[in-house]
Design a binder for this molecule. Structure first.
Ligand code: BTN
Length: 295
């Protein structure tokens, strides 16, 4: 990995035995940082406490166990590298050191479980908006939870919730993976033609710390709005930034495969797919593949 490949001068080193200057995010690993003080976040809740770790299996797994030990809502775990990064549907998430943002945010929702279903899409649109606003990237979302740019996958979201039997959702761990400074040559063959990074798009390296700040500040506002307004507060934005609406697609899920045109998002986040006879189906989960000329 690319020590010093992407960061400006370190912001602040704390504690003993940290990473060499320029490595990682510029913080000594293993310390609890205050988001507002150490990272200069505006965020009120998300990032109230930020734990930067050098190498972990999965930030989602680390944060789940921190939640069980009483970590407060808004706690963030961010790692330089994940050795067992998790993707959707049991897939692995390529998370090499020094070049990505691999992070998880702990939320304590005050919403019933069914209203949380679109939270992964809301997170994707929050990340896409942050990249549009502060980096000028034409980031979009591919239903239900991918961040896309230039027709390739730039990032993904993985939600894991902790719920007592039949009871309310106690915690949601929101995992965000974003390819920041990977080069085309860093991508393994299975994703070489489908993935992209901010660096590849912008043709320059990007400070991961800047990206972290903008994502956490944006998500802090969006999470508060989601709790207030639900998916209704985001539907229009999701429609505007969708890569699948209006396209001929195939959705593959445990329930089977359906083909048709993606025509709408419902007020609670389902994708509406219309077949050749005009019959509409609402789809809640699955992998979307575009069909036809540029599928
Ligand atoms: C996807 O399959 O698109 C979701 C990828 C989510 C990856 C992130 S990286 C940080 C967090 N920790 C994990 O193990 N996975 C998520």
């Amino acid at each position: 990995m690319a020590a010093g490949r992407d960061e400006p001068a370190p912001v602040r080193h704390r504690g003993r035995g940290g990473a060499p200057a320029g490595r990682g995010l510029g913080f000594a690993p293993g310390q609890a940082l205050s988001g507002p003080v150490d990272l200069r976040l505006r965020a009120a809740l998300v990032g109230c406490s930020v734990h930067y770790l050098e190498s972990v299996g999965s930030t989602n797994a680390v944060l789940r166990s921190m939640a069980a030990s009483g970590a407060p809502e808004g706690t963030v775990v961010v790692a330089d590298e994940q050795t067992e990064g998790r993707g959707r549907a049991g897939r692995a998430w390529f998370s090499p050191p020094g070049v990505g943002l691999w992070l998880s945010v702990l939320l304590a929702p005050r919403l019933p479980p069914r209203e949380l279903v679109p939270l992964s899409m809301v997170t994707a649109v929050s990340v896409a908006d942050a990249l549009r606003r502060d980096f000028g990237i034409d980031a979009r979302i591919k239903w239900p939870n991918d961040v896309y740019a230039g027709g390739r996958k730039l990032g993904g979201i993985l939600l894991e919730s902790l719920q007592g039997a039949g009871g309310p959702v106690e915690w949601v761990v929101v995992g965000i993976g974003l390819n920041v400074n990977l080069d085309a040559g860093d991508l393994p063959p299975d994703i070489a033609s489908t993935a992209v990074s901010m660096r590849m798009l912008l043709k320059r390296p990007v400070s991961r710390l800047e990206v972290l700040r903008t994502i956490l500040d944006g998500f802090d506002e969006d999470w508060a709005r989601f709790e207030r307004e639900g998916f209704g507060g985001f539907r229009e934005r999701c429609v505007a930034l969708s890569t699948v609406l209006g396209r001929s697609i195939e959705v593959v899920s445990d329930a089977g495969t359906i083909q048709g045109t993606a025509v709408d998002l419902t007020s609670d986040g389902a994708l509406v797919v219309e077949d050749g006879r005009g019959r509409r189906t609402e789809v809640w989960h699955g992998d979307v593949r575009a069909l036809g000329r540029d599928g």
